[in-house]
Design a binder for this molecule. Structure first.
Ligand SMILES: Cc1cc2nc3c(=O)[nH]c(=O)nc-3n(C[C@H](O)[C@H](O)[C@H](O)COP(=O)(O)O)c2cc1C
Length: 436
């Protein structure tokens, strides 16, 4: 209990003291690292994906690149890292060490095989050496071999078969980790469920290219003159993660617990994932940016939020936004609004005027003498882009208008032309052009 609120969560019958877990990646690569993360406050770990030692793993060099945007560093990380390059016995010895020293911190073993026997072998040795759960990695974005990584996440029957093979030999709960490199995650998630998966985690990294070197035209990370499409993570992918978690949480047929991943850096990010249905959350890039101690802010921020609102158990927040998540056709488009300007706080930068002129309704006149925007209310589209660029927080807000209020239609420039234009009724054969 922190702040008199209960952050503990039951995930497939496994108890976590808070919802915050390390995701499988360099941040969870060894017992030494994981022990420090537990001391910082993380409640559990999805260990770096185990390698069965069948093939030696050598990571490309360099193995990461990142995107900075304006003043914000690392809005995305691009990686071509492989699964663990450590011998299996070292990783398993780490499990035993962590179980002994941190018995209340669950260990989730991430595994990835190339064929059913290898999946089964890794699952068995992980369970035998103390793993509390398994996460089946169906989602590594840069695997080139058919039947492995994200290619399994896109080959549904294979995914079901591997899940069933693993479930047959272990008694600990099994999570299927999904690739976002697909349109609808519900379909593979249902196959995972049919194979016996107890939970779903998402997302792994999104296939992308973080940049191209302008001197040599090599996509980044530049691995000695060669680039590759690889995995993007970090704040830039958060909307994609939220989308997949929400759509699976809405699927009553699926009905499995969800672990949310993708761009989580703050307690607010974590809470948003929980509100759309995740009961645990996992983090990599946030730690690559700030280190393990971000969990302190996550614990404090979430506890304060709950205490302020009188919410005593974090589990009560899971899925709470889903009732408000609809298809766009459910919107009440009879209700309309405009922007409202608190001009007393305006600093006269003029950015609102520029974007309204060039990207919106030309609803602002610029008072050059006083350096102030003058909103022509009935031309405002309520797109809100002026509020996105205004440097003063909350200076520009949304205001609902009365139902009888009407927005001006966007005018045709040449009124004389308008009366000469005839629009032919639509026909399949065409040409469906304006005739002047
Ligand atoms: C360098 C790097 C290595 C990763 N390695 C693995 C891995 O071995 N197994 C796995 O399931 N996911 C791996 N991931 C994916 C992360 O666990 C996570 O799903 C993804 O990065 C999105 O979360 P984030 O935005 O918090 O980083 C890796 C990510 C990064 C950045």
């Amino acid at each position: 209990m922190t702040n008199n609120v209960d952050l503990s969560i039951d995930f497939c019958g496994v108890k976590f003291k808070n919802p915050f877990l390390l995701s499988s990646s360099p941040v969870s690569n060894s017992a030494e690292m994981v022990a420090r993360s537990f001391d910082a406050g993380w409640s559990g770990v999805v260990f770096k994906t185990l390698n069965s030692d069948r093939l030696p793993i050598i990571h490309p060099s360099p193995r990461m690149h990142c995107i900075h945007y304006g003043a914000k560093q690392e809005i995305a990380v691009q990686n071509v890292e492989m699964i663990s390059d450590r011998p299996l016995k070292d990783n398993l010895a780490d499990f035993l060490y962590l179980k002994k020293r941190y018995p209340d911190h669950p260990i989730i073993a991430s595994i990835m095989g190339f064929f059913a026997d290898e999946w089964v072998y890794l699952a068995k040795v992980a369970e035998d050496n103390g793993a509390d759960m398994l996460e089946l990695n169906y989602s590594c974005p840069h695997m080139c071999i058919e039947g492995a990584g994200h290619k399994v996440g896109q080959a549904f029957q294979l995914l079901e078969g591997f899940t069933a093979a693993v479930k047959e030999v272990v008694s600990i709960p099994v999570i299927a980790k999904m690739t976002p490199n697909i349109t609808d995650m519900n379909e593979p998630a249902m196959y995972a469920k049919n194979g016996g998966a107890d939970a779903i985690s998402a997302i792994n990294t999104v296939r992308g290219i973080s940049g191209i070197g302008l001197d040599d035209f090599v996509p980044t990370p530049n691995v000695f003159g060669k680039g590759a499409i690889s995995g993007t993570s970090g704040p830039a992918v958060k909307p994609i993660g939220l989308n997949f978690i929400a759509s699976m949480a809405q699927n009553e047929q699926l009905g499995l617990p969800l672990s949310g991943i993708g761009g989580i850096e703050t307690w607010i990010d974590a809470l948003e994932f929980m509100l759309v249905g995740a009961s645990t959350i996992q983090v990599t890039t946030g730690i690559l940016h700030y280190g393990y101690r971000i969990v302190e802010d996550m614990i404090e921020g979430l506890s304060d939020f709950m205490a302020e609102r009188g919410i005593d158990r974090v589990s009560n927040l899971v899925g709470k936004a889903l009732a408000n998540l609809h298809e766009t056709e459910a919107f009440d488009i009879e209700r309309q609004g405009i922007t409202h300007y608190d001009l007393d706080r305006c600093i006269g930068c003029g950015q609102c005027y520029i974007v309204c002129q060039d990207g919106a309704g030309q609803a602002i006149e610029w008072d050059a003498q006083n350096r102030r925007p003058n909103l022509i209310e009935d031309k405002c589209l309520s797109c809100m882009i002026c509020s996105f660029v205004c440097p003063v927080p909350q200076l520009i807000t949304f205001k609902e208008m009365p139902t009888e209020w009407n927005r001006q239609e966007t005018a045709v420039m040449d009124k004389n032309l308008e009366k000469d234009v005839k629009l032919e009724p639509f026909t399949k054969e065409g040409p469906n052009e304006c005739v002047i």
